[in-house]
Write a protein that binds this ligand. Sequence first.
Ligand code: SAH
Ligand code: SF4
Ligand code: F3S
Length: 497
Amino acid sequence: MENLIKLAREGRLEQGLGLTFGQTHRPNQAQRVSYDIEELTKNYRVGSKADGSPYRFQILTYGCQMNEHDTEVMAGLLTAMGYEAASSEADADFILFNTCAVRENAEDKVFGEIGRLRPLKNRNPELLFGLCGCMAQEAGVQKMVREKFPWVDLVFGTHNIHRLPALLHAAKASTETVMEVWDKAPETVEDWPKLRKDSIRAWVNIQYGCNKFCTYCIVPYTRGVERSRLPEDIVAEVEQLVAEGFREITLLGQNVNDYGVDLGTVNFAQLLRRVNEIPGIDRIRFTTSNPWNFTDELIEAIAESEHVAEHIHLPVQSGNNEILRRMNRSHTREYYLKLVDKIRAKIPNVSLTTDIIVGFPGETEAHFQDTLALVREVEFDNAFTFIYSPRENTPAANFPDSATEAEKKDRLRRLNEVQYEISLRHNQALQGKIVEVLVEGESRTNRDVLSGRTRGNRLVLFPGDLSLRGQHVQVEITEPQTFLLKGRLVQANEVVS
Ligand code: SAH
Ligand code: SF4
Ligand code: F3S
């Protein structure tokens, strides 16, 4: 496995692990397809049910923004087939689990839900269950569905989403599970129909897949080789979104700073500048940036592009070089700290967030202390912290490990304690300050309270009228907390110029 990874990284491996690899695989126009929604759905339209009501779907989405965005594509396909969105699972004729495979507990949750919802089939004999997304790419999961969850009607993967109408049609007629999972993406799809969930914020894929093969991570196996979309296609999609009134665009990829490496004609810094120049564009975000290949040119592009928000999610994973090496992360602690210094020097007020794994196989207390020290030194604004979860067929799943579950849980607790104190302190520094917020809508728990985000991606809650949705407002921070800021709307006449 180590050898395969090495060959892949050097671009000398064309075919292996069921995948092709970026450096030798150069997508071109011929490998891009535009699916005609009419063509994809015309033979599979559904009418209404016997009682005259429409067929309804519910998609349950797990995992990252890639999955959230795929859900929008699949909702678009189902709508074109004649389905309508259900208000709950109980109301649905098709329940689709769009799954994440990154950690075992994400997988357990899905199987738990599939079991919990099974009785709905007794009430609605037409109800179909589907499973797609990253879990569907795993041979172990396919086997599990066959053996333990045979009432799941349909399984398809991340590379054949466009087959949903045909496969759902087949599943309706079949008494057995219809399973179609492709092990790689034959082409990059353009012009997907999408039913976007939000009308203020939109996700735009710029790159699919990942070539990094961090030893703990399943994503390169579930999402395939890195493929960049053409800059003109991305710009056209963003222009369209701006014309439709979207205010915030998030450019999506597993390693956005490697955008364009496979195209050879454009890089991420250049793409950001191009998107920044789109007339009418408001806010631009991007995620995720691997620390590797975060060039000075990219730092400058972020600093100089007025619409690009000052937030960088920069997963460090560990503060110890030996662990980083075994993780096959390409950065060292020193490289990372220097990168943070460069970013902070060029982008004042930048908000930095990160991902950290504790309990990686072989991690000792001393290794973990290096992570804690790095967290204290960098002072991230926020961190997503995880206990290492062994993933089938990834190299680290076979690495020797000695720490106990209790020790790992305790490391996570101590790490969170340090980070929460820093997050709170950073937020408290905003007490009494006025921040600019893009209003996203009502808060989840209180309809009289609006929620929005600062350019640095801080969540702000304040009383206000929903008519402000989609607008930039000034909010005075009155009650900073660890994970959010509470405040009050500052009226235009209060702002001293
Ligand atoms: N492409 C992104 C990360 C995508 S996965 C990047 O490299 O920056 C999101 C996060 O999940 C990772 O950053 C990592 O912290 C965590 N993760 C991935 N695999 C994991 C595993 N096997 N166990 C625990 N956490 C994991
Ligand atoms: Fe996974 Fe990110 Fe590493 Fe790719 S770069 S293998 S997605 S952690
Ligand atoms: Fe999960 Fe797949 Fe995203 S494994 S994190 S849904 S790419």
